[in-house]
Design a protein around this ligand. Structure first.
Ligand SMILES: [Zn+2]
Ligand SMILES: [Zn+2]
Length: 706
């Protein structure tokens, strides 16, 4: 199977396999490696990402904040930069011309999903034992959801009714995150039990299940060329411009649009000027652009809790010995395609059988004596390999990847007369094979320090590990506070007191409440300050900081008066609209303010939804150093902004970064785990992260106020 498999062929292959060709290890290990490499090298665009929040990662071990080391952590000297980090970044697109509130709405669709929790519900929903044979022929949830999303897109292009469009998008999101088969529920007349799905939508689901496609979608597709929908996701374009490109220029495919933009023939039409034209051409020339229409990766923040739940379930089985997350999930990549696990077991087949019969499994794509792949109702593929204990270390190393890291490691080994396979390291001259139970021993035998999975991207980690010069990466337990959070005073879901209690429970010593400035007008800012003062008395010595998240306007000014900014302990300034409109200049202007401590989510990207704004990150880093402003790593699963590349450039320039949750509800405080992972992938150490310091230390690093 190629990495580019799409849903339907995959299902057919699976069906064929199950039909009697019988589960087996279709290809040998060599082929498996190839498949894996292909996965790793696969393109970088995300799947779904509805900008939803899901259940937070499992809370990690918390430790009290009273650190022994109270020494002032100074700034790192300015070192050489990693080279150019400029201009437009990234691999996804966004509809800037969409209604301003669209992003807002998506941002706060807070839904909690958790496989473990859901399993009880699932059992209730399936009154009879799960009928896999029927389910296999039904549309999967992700396929159904894609139909509603496409329908919404096509309606929007056609200037359709906003209410229905958002109802379809909501339904798509709900279907996608339901862990039981929605097609099955609809056939039973029970899909309406799901929030956001009424009788009309249930009827449409039944149409899709019985006829293959929602009738309204079939009709729309006859009227609106499907590829035009992907125009909307190009930077600077929205439904209106996409429609004009189609109607006025007769362009109906991405390829045609690319050709016209590259030929300079787009300008002057559909309200497009030369600058936007070159931006479109540039966006379409990125390799990721080809996948706009068929993204198939999922956000780590969505998949990790589910994967961990599966690992835990497997660990509880009597046949299981060790079970570990592997692949890109173990490396904590922002997005993942397949969810890989490896295990050792006293009875491998029993463990695999258990895995394949878990209640949320919709399809068993492959099942052999040592390996099984299943597809869950949410469309995610879970891969479990049971491996011999003697080679567990080798295999864990191998299946963690990345492909680039493994290739570099093998090439390096060859130069030293060693040959590395997934099962063993062989001394070429003698043929002597070395298998290791522990991954650390594999690296040690090859002459390296053990390399944290987050670093395994072939970006200098092997040389550093050989020289004993790997960074001592920052850990979640190093964080002493959170510097960007929200409450119900603006658009948060949980109240100030609940957020503060949750922060204390996480072992923090300080906590900045940074509600949106536009929601704190007409005396509300003062009222919130009074509420914080009162609460601070109760929670001392814990300290609630009076923060604010102030908007950076189109002209680079801030939407809160200086007198009000001066009352805040911590000011985060962020761009929330018009991302394409001189973002670098606006951010740099904001940093000139003596009251702005930190810039929020610098590039504004929403992974899988909206591309990073064309921010000249290198210039911003310089300006930050010059003005004494900090940048953050925003930990929201679909932001993770700064990206790893930018965060690493910031570190190498000597700029300190905050790791912020930007939590809008209690559970989201734990997203900092993702931000920490991002920081680790950027090689950040404890001292590189601003909020590993005490507030006393940190407040001294803020710029001087007039
Ligand atoms: Zn924000
Ligand atoms: Zn925020």
């Amino acid at each position: 199977m190629a990495a580019a498999d799409v849903a339907r062929p995959q299902r057919e292959v699976c069906a064929a396999l199950d039909r009697g060709d019988q589960p087996r290890n279709v290809v040998g290990p060599v082929r498996e490696v190839a498949v894996h490499l292909e996965h790793e090298l696969g393109a970088a665009v995300e799947r779904v990402p509805e900008c939803r929040e899901v259940s937070a990662p499992e809370p990690l071990l918390l430790r009290p904040v009273e650190h022994v080391d109270e020494s002032e952590l100074g700034r790192e000297p300015v070192r050489e930069r990693t080279g150019a980090v400029r201009g437009a970044v990234i691999d996804d697109e966004y509809p800037i011309a969409g209604p301003e509130d669209r992003g807002e709405r998506a941002e706060h669709r807070l839904e909690v999903v958790d496989l473990v929790v859901r399993r009880e519900t699932d059992r209730r929903l399936h009154r009879r034992p799960y009928d896999r044979d029927v389910a296999r022929d039904l549309l999967r949830n992700d396929e159904l959801a894609a139909q509603f999303d496409l329908l919404a897109d096509l309606m929007e292009l056609d200037g359709g009714d906003g209410f229905r469009i958002s109802a379809y998008r909501r339904a798509a999101a709900r279907i996608r995150e339901t862990s039981t088969s929605v097609a099955r529920l609809a056939l039973d007349g029970r899909a309406t039990e799901l929030e956001g799905i009424g009788k009309t939508i249930e009827g449409k689901i039944v149409e899709a299940v019985t006829d293959g496609e929602v009738h309204a979608l079939t009709k729309r597709k006859a009227e609106v060329p499907v590829e035009v929908a992907s125009f909307m996701r190009l930077p600077g374009l929205g439904p209106k411009t996409a429609r004009r490109i189609w109607r006025e220029l007769g362009i109906t495919t991405v390829a045609a649009l690319k050709a016209v933009a590259e030929a300079g023939e787009l300008r002057g039409h559909a309200g497009i000027g030369p600058a936007m034209e070159s931006r479109i051409a540039e966006a379409l020339s990125r390799p990721a652009a080809a996948e706009i229409a068929a993204p198939d990766r999922a956000l780590l923040g969505v998949t990790l809790p589910r994967l961990r739940a599966v690992v835990q379930t497997l660990e509880e089985h009597p046949a299981a010995d060790r079970v570990s997350v592997a692949g890109s999930s173990r490396r904590m990549r922002e997005t993942v395609r397949d969810l890989d696990m490896i295990a050792t077991a006293s009875d491998p087949e029993a463990l695999l059988e258990h895995f394949c019969s878990l209640p949320w499994v919709l399809e068993v794509a492959a099942q052999g004596p040592t390996k099984a792949t299943v597809v869950a109702s949410d469309g995610l593929r879970y891969d479990l390999r049971v491996v011999p204990p003697a080679s567990y270390g080798n295999l864990l190393q191998h299946f963690t990847g990345s492909a680039a890291h493994n290739i570099a490691l093998r090439e390096d080994a060859v130069r030293r007369g060693l040959s590395v396979s997934e099962y063993a390291v062989t001394v070429v001259e003698t043929g002597e094979e070395h298998r290791f139970e522990h991954e650390e021993d594999v690296y040690r035998f090859l002459g390296y320090d053990w390399i944290p999975p987050e670093l395994r991207e072939d970006s200098g980690e092997l040389a550093a590990a050989r020289a004993g010069a790997l960074p001592a990466l920052v850990e979640r337990a190093h964080l002493r506070g959170d510097l960007h959070t929200h409450t119900t005073w603006s658009d948060g879901k949980d109240e100030l007191e609940a957020m503060v209690d949750a922060a204390r429970a996480r072992g923090y010593a300080y906590y900045a409440v940074c509600d949106h400035s536009q929601r704190l007008r007409e005396g509300r800012l003062e009222a919130q300050s009074a509420a914080i003062d009162a609460l601070n008395e109760r929670v001392a010595p814990f300290r609630i900081l009076k923060g604010v998240e102030v908007n950076i306007r189109k002209d680079g000014t801030l939407d809160l008066a200086e007198a009000e900014l001066a009352t805040r302990d911590w000011v985060v300034a962020s761009v929330h609209s018009r991302f394409d409109d001189s973002p670098t200049e606006r951010v740099c202007a904001a940093m000139e303010s003596p009251y702005v401590d930190c810039i929020g989510h610098l590039t504004g990207r929403r992974i899988g939804k909206r591309a990073a704004a064309p921010v000249d990150v290198e210039r911003v880093i310089e300006k930050a150093l010059e003005t004494g402003t900090f940048l953050e790593i925003n930990s929201q699963p679909d932001r993770l902004d700064l990206s790893d590349v930018h965060a690493r450039a910031a570190r190498e320039a000597g700029l300190l970064l905050a790791i912020d949750s930007d939590a809008h509800q209690v559970a989201a405080l734990d997203y900092v785990e993702l931000g920490v992972a991002q920081a680790r992938r950027a090689w950040l150490e404890q001292a590189d992260v601003l909020n590993t310091r005490t507030w006393a230390q940190l407040s001294k690093l803020r710029k001087r106020r007039p």
